[in-house]
Each structure stands twice: as structure tokens, then as C-alpha cells.
Design a protein around this ligand. Structure first.
Ligand code: NAD
Length: 521
């Protein structure tokens, strides 16, 4: 791996030079900050410090750790405007989209802090089998000492927060690697933890490019990654080589299915919100819509009206004057433009939008007459587009929704609960929002995880959201401690024969076998 290069890459968003990353606002082009581009040695040093601090953190217990997490929440809220301004400047988001990040922060910290003790308590279980009946069995959990947390650029504050809280709650130390494109808000949040609230130094931030991410993978005991399929696969391979676990939250191509009995007004509103929120740069964003033929025209008209009314652009902090903002990278705008051009070349029609806009935006776009030969229906667009396809019936809708390498989330619209229940079991995705979009993603008591190429493992899921950062340890304790046991040496033929008979007598399910009468039939 390379350390900081003397004259390294220059991206559309900023530059990496001599150990420093310069971050620019995608909407305005202004420089909004710099962070170090840490090298392998620097990250190894951070990790060694984190490992030194971790045992004391673990020994605080879940309640002691929750106190620090709640203090952090206080500090984050006290500094909300400043943090969200950083989020906005490094992403070009609308203020509404930036603000949503803080609501995720609040929910995640409160949920895990409130449930930490219950999630981490020892499990006392009944022994199995007569020979073990006098033993006491307990399962206790111990954290992986150092969790590596690597995140993408679409949610600079909420993204890392969705996973760091579970890991810290577990008692792990965490080395976090934010995207080199958007490292500012998260670096400031981690500074808050380290410098402002008196918390133990068990959280640090390793800013840098993909090389820094790879250094984190080489240092950690467990890796939590969110990002593209390509990087996720490379990380999984490296983790396999190191024999350490990883959990991967990857890309998506989420489908929304509208059946003829749906509330169309609400479905159209959800499709537009689900497709356009964060300028479409959401892993669980709605990208494909399948509508039953009888309601197709009405649905398309409703969606078209709502998308035409969207206000776009990076608005002033606190103003909530815009619906969606800029896109984070020009490379992503290029992908969106390519998908739209490819669809149009293959026969799709653009009903709204379809063009690049000012300030690194792409206009909110509705595509119809689409099919699965088009990139917009198969590859992750990750932009403000909705591609809507007419289907004959629910079977075709499900078949089309499942015709994807991805399986992150999905959305299903019908007024018939039994139908929703039945169809949800046929959708090949990690979650299904019924009569809403995106919401399944942010329910901490249930798992959020991708099927197929969308991931490995899951986040949240109640206790599972903390236990994934732990190793299980079984403790088997003797109630009685005689000087010897029947199986111990020396082998005694009479005793061993008796034991074999006892195993058969107690374990078999019929008298012939219990009494070993097979030969005597
Ligand atoms: P990316 O995979 O390019 O980068 C993600 C992170 O990995 C960055 O911090 C990057 O520096 C780091 N990285 C790059 N190469 C690495 C390597 N070899 N080893 C270790 N780390 C490395 O993804 P992106 O373009 O930043 O983000 C967009 C993608 O993230 C989309 O595919 C989107 O769907 C996905 N995403 C998924 C979820 C989810 O929960 N499933 C959430 C948000 C985004």
C-alpha cells in the first residue's frame, strides 16, 4: 500500500496532495476544509492507542458506556447547526436532507443506550442430554477488541453513526474511516467524542483514501463496511485472508410495486420521496417502479406532477427552502446522465427532467417506457431518477422486481393486508416496506441487510445490532465435583459397557433399540 503520495490524485471534488485531502463543496466549488491523508503507519499507531484504551472501556459495562454515548448525543445536539453545515457543505445537500442525518443520530444513540444492558446480558441456558443435566451453562459475550468502520459519502454523519453506536455499546474500540469525499462532519463528531465530553479514547478517525480503508481492514479484528459492491467484495476477500469477520452493506436497485388496489396518491408521494431524497443518493432509494396496468396512467400522472414541483439546489442553512440539493460527485452525475441517455437511446421517454442542472445537480427525472435491457433498470443509478414500468399483474411485478443482482430493500403498495403478507414472502430483498418507502431501513429493532449482491450480514436488528460486534463465550460450570468421572482414565470395561447401555436406554425412541434387541429378532 502507499502512504501519502507526493503528488497524488486529483478528483472532481477535491485533491489529495502530500498527505492532505482538500474538500470542496460540490454545489459551489468552494474549499470547505482539509483533513490528513493518513498513511499505513499513522493508522497503525492510532489502532495501537485504541487497543490500549479498549479494556478499560469494556470493563465499564453497558450502563457505564451508555453514559458516554448519551453525553455525546448531548454534545452533538448542542453543535447540531455547525455539524449540519459541515454535512451540507461537503455534500451540497438541501438543508432538509442534511437535517435528516441528525434524526438518525438521535434515534440510534437513544435506542442502543436504552437497551445496552438487556442486549448484552449473559444467557443462562438449560443443558441438553442426561449426561449434562447437572451442569450450569452460560453464554457471555466479549467484544471484538477493534472494529474497523468504513463508510461512503452519501450520509457523512448518519452513515458512520448507524454502526459506531452498536460497536461502542458492545465495548469495542472503533477506528472509523469516512469517505475521502466527505470526511469533515464525521471528523468533527469524533473530535467531540475525544476532546469535548471526557469519553475514553476508544474512537478515532482515520481520514484518507481507499488506501487508508485498506490499512484499517489490515488492523481491525472485525470490519463493518458500507459502500459499493466492488469495494465490499475486495474487503471481504481481505477479511477472509485474515480470518476476521466482516459485515457488508452494499448497493441497491430497490423496486417499488404499485398494485391496482393501492392508495395511489400516497404511493406516488412515497415513490417521489423514496426516489429523490438525498438527490437519489440513498442505498435504499427507490430506483425502479412497477405499476399494475389498470392504475399505471393515473400513477404516472401523479408522480409527474409531484416531481415537476420539486425545488432543487443547496439552500441556506436552516431555511428548508429546497427539496433536494446537489449531488456529491460529478462522477455520480455522469453515471445518472449515462443511464438516462442509455434509456432514451433504447426507447424510453423522459416525462420530467432528464438534464444536468447548475451546481453539480441532475434534474429530478421521470422515465417511462423502460425495460430491463436498459442500464437504469439493472445498474445502481444513485441519482434523482424514477423509472416507471407498466406490468400486467402481481406475478409480473414480482418477477421484474426480483430480476436484479441486488436485493437491498423494497416497497409494496396494496390495501389488502393478506396480499401484502403473501407477496412480501416472494420478494428477494432484505426488507419490504408495505405502503411506505424506505422506512424499513430505519427500524432499529429489525435487521436491515442486503440479499444477493447487496450485502452480507445486517445492521440493527435489536440485540443483533450489538452482538455482531461480539464474540460468544460459553462457560460450562460443574455443580458437583467428584474426584473422578466415569469417562476418565483408566478405561474400565464394566463401567464403559454400562455407560454405553445407559446411552442407548436413555437415547433411543423404541423398546427394541433401548434394550438392544436387534440381534434377537
Ligand atoms: P466506495 O465503495 O467507493 O467507498 C466506500 C468507502 O470505502 C470509502 O470510505 C472508500 O475510501 C473506502 N475504500 C475504497 N477502497 C477501499 C479498499 N480497497 N479497502 C478499504 N476501503 C476502501 O463507495 P462510495 O462510492 O463511497 O459510496 C456509494 C456506494 O455505497 C453505493 O453503492 C451505495 O449503494 C452504497 N451504500 C450502501 C449503503 C447500505 O447501507 N447498504 C448505505 C449507503 C451507501
Amino acid at each position: 500500500m502507499s502512504g501519502p503520495t507526493a503528488e497524488a490524485t486529483t478528483s472532481d471534488r477535491g485533491s489529495v496532495r502530500s498527505g492532505q485531502i482538500t474538500v470542496r463543496c460540490p454545489a459551489t466549488g468552494e474549499v470547505v476544509g482539509t483533513v490528513p491523508n493518513l498513511d499505513r503507519e499513522g493508522i497503525a499507531g492510532q489502532c495501537a492507542d485504541l487497543r490500549r484504551a479498549q479494556p478499560a472501556w469494556e470493563s465499564l459495562g453497558p450502563q457505564g458506556r451508555s453514559i458516554h454515548l448519551l453525553r455525546w448525543l448531548d454534545w452533538l445536539l448542542d453543535n447540531e447547526r455547525r455539524l449540519l453545515m459541515l454535512v451540507q457543505k461537503e455534500t451540497g445537500k438541501s438543508w432538509a436532507d442534511a437535517s435528516m442525518e441528525m434524526s438518525v443520530v438521535v434515534d440510534v444513540i437513544n435506542y442502543f443506550a436504552a437497551n445496552a444492558a438487556a442486549f448484552l446480558q449473559d444467557r443462562h441456558v438449560k443443558p441438553a442430554g442426561p449426561a449434562n443435566s447437572l451442569r450450569r451453562l452460560r453464554v457471555q459475550v466479549r467484544p471484538h477488541q477493534l472494529v474497523g468502520l468504513i463508510t461512503p459519502w452519501n450520509g457523512p454523519l448518519a452513515g458512520p453513526m448507524m454502526d459506531v453506536v452498536g460497536a461502542l455499546t458492545a465495548g469495542a474500540a472503533v477506528i472509523s474511516k469516512p469517505s475521502e469525499v466527505t470526511p469533515l462532519a464525521w471528523s468533527e463528531a469524533v473530535r467531540g467524542w475525544r476532546d469535548e465530553i471526557g469519553a475514553p479514547p476508544v474512537l478515532d478517525v482515520a481520514t484518507g483514501t481507499g488506501d487508508a480503508g485498506s490499512a484499517v481492514v489490515d488492523q481491525a479484528d472485525m470490519v463493518m463496511f458500507t459502500g459499493s459492491v466492488r469495494t465490499g467484495r475486495a474487503i471481504a476477500v481481505r477479511c477472509a485472508e485474515r480470518l476476521i469477520p466482516c459485515s457488508l452493506e452494499l448497493g441497491g436497485k430497490d423496486a417499488l410495486i404499485v398494485l391496482a388496489d393501492a392508495d395511489l396518491e400516497r404511493a406516488a408521494g412515497a415513490a417521489v420521496w423514496g426516489g429523490m431524497t438525498n438527490s437519489g443518493q440513498a442505498c435504499v432509494g427507490v430506483e425502479r417502479v412497477y405499476v399494475e396496468a389498470p392504475v399505471y396512467d393515473e400513477f404516472v400522472e401523479l408522480v409527474t406532477g409531484k416531481v415537476s414541483a420539486l425545488r432543487q439546489g443547496m439552500d441556506a442553512p436552516g431555511s428548508f427552502a429546497s427539496d433536494i440539493g446537489a449531488m456529491v460527485t460529478t462522477a455520480q452525475v455522469d453515471i445518472v446522465a449515462d443511464h438516462v441517455a442509455d434509456a432514451v437511446a433504447k426507447g424510453a421517454r423522459v416525462l420530467v427532467g432528464g438534464q444536468r442542472g447548475a451546481g453539480n445537480t441532475f434534474q429530478p427525472t421521470v422515465l417511462v417506457d423502460v425495460d430491463h435491457s436498459m442500464r437504469c433498470m439493472r445498474e445502481e443509478t444513485f441519482g434523482p431518477t424514477l423509472a416507471i414500468m407498466r406490468v400486467d399483474d402481481e406475478d409480473e411485478a414480482i418477477a421484474m422486481a426480483n430480476d436484479s443482482e441486488y436485493g437491498l430493500s423494497s416497497s409494496l403498495w396494496t390495501r389488502d393486508r393478506a396480499r401484502a403478507e403473501r407477496l412480501s414472502r416472494r420478494i428477494e430483498a432484505g426488507s419490504v416496506s408495505v405502503n411506505n418507502a424506505l422506512v424499513a431501513t430505519f427500524q432499529m429493532p429489525v435487521p436491515m441487510g442486503g440479499w444477493k449482491n447487496s450485502g452480507l450480514g445486517s445492521r440493527f436488528g435489536g440485540a443483533a445490532g450489538v452482538l455482531k460486534y461480539c464474540r460468544q463465550q460459553s462457560v460450562v460450570e460443574e455443580r458437583f465435583t467428584p474426584k473422578s468421572e466415569p469417562m476418565w482414565y483408566p478405561v474400565n470395561p464394566t463401567r464403559s459397557r454400562l455407560m454405553s447401555r445407559a446411552v442407548r436406554f436413555l437415547g433411543a425412541h423404541d423398546w427394541r433399540r433401548r434394550l438392544d434387541l436387534r440381534g434377537r429378532r
